[in-house]
Design a binder for this molecule. Sequence first.
Ligand code: ZN
Length: 332
Amino acid sequence: MLIFWKGEKCRMNQRALEKVRENYRQLAAPSGLRLSEEDCIICGSFGGYQVIVHPTVNGSRAYYNTLTVEIAAKTSGDPISKQDWKLYTKEHKNVSSAVQNQYLIILVLKNIMKYDKLAEVLNEELQNLTSYLRLRGYENCCQFCGKTGEEASPCSVSGLCAQLCPDCFQNVSQNTLMAQQESRNTSENMVGGIVGALLGTLIGVVCIIVLSQLGYVAALSGVVMAVCTLKGYELLGKKLSVKGIVICCVLMTVMTYVGDRLDWAIVVARELELDFVSSYRLIPLLLQEQVLDSAVYWGNLVMVYLFLLLGAVPTVINILKDKKNEGKVSRL
Ligand SMILES: [Zn+2]
C-alpha cells in the first residue's frame, strides 16, 4: 500500500471542512509546515526531511485527531528492522505505531483531542523521528522508485498523496492522463450496463427479503442495493455516466418495490397456504379487501424506500465526487 490518504473532504460539508482547516493550520504552524488547503494535508520540510501529515484513515472514516506522519526515505546503511520499529514505538509514548513499507515510513500518533497539545506532540515526534532517521543514515527519496538526491516532493494524485521525484511525478501524470483519455474513448455499453445493474438489483432484492424475513428493515439492504446496482452497471457497461446513474436509480426504485412485494408474497403464501406466484398476484386484492393491513403494508414500503435513499444517496454522491477527483494530479 503506497498511498492511502484519500481526501475525506468530499464527505464533509463546507462548515465542518473550514473548522478542520483552521485546526490543521494551527497544527502546521509550530513545526514550520504548510497546509494544503484543498486536500487538508500538512506537508513541508522538517529537520531536513520532506514530511506529509494527514488524518488517520480507518475504513472509510478519517480520524482528525489521530495524525499519521509519512516520510519517504532510505538508507545506504542497515535499514531499520521491524524489531527496531517496535522498540521505537515502545519508547515513544505518543506514538501508537511506527512501520516501514518499502520506502515509506509511517508513524501514527496517539489520539489527542486538544489541538494545541496535538501540535506540541506533533512537533516533538517529528523531531524524534527525523533525528532517528538521520542517526541511521536515512535520506529522503521518492516513494515509488526510491531515487535519492533529486528532491522528492509531496504530490496529490487523484486525491491521494505521495512523495514523488520529478520523473515519477511525470510518469504518474502521464499515466493518469492516458487512463483518462482511455476512459473517455471507451464508449458506454448501455445494454450491458442495464443487464449488470439488473443483476445487481437482484442481489439487493435478496438482501431485502432475507433481512425482512429475519425481522429487520435495515439501511444495509439499501446500501447493498445501491452499491450492487451501480457496480453492476459499471462492470458490464464498461463505464458509469450520469445517464447510467439515472438508469440505475430507476431500476433500484422499481426493484425495491418488487423486493418488498416478494417479501409480502412469502408471508401470504405461508399464511394462506397458497403457491408463491398467486400470492404475489393476490397482494393488491388482499390490500383492497383489507386482508392485509394497508397501513402496515405501505408503512413498511416507505421504510424500505427511506433506507434505500439512506444507502443510495451517499453512494451516488461518493461516486460523483470520486469522478471529480479522478485524474487530478498536482504538487502540494
Ligand atoms: Zn521516483
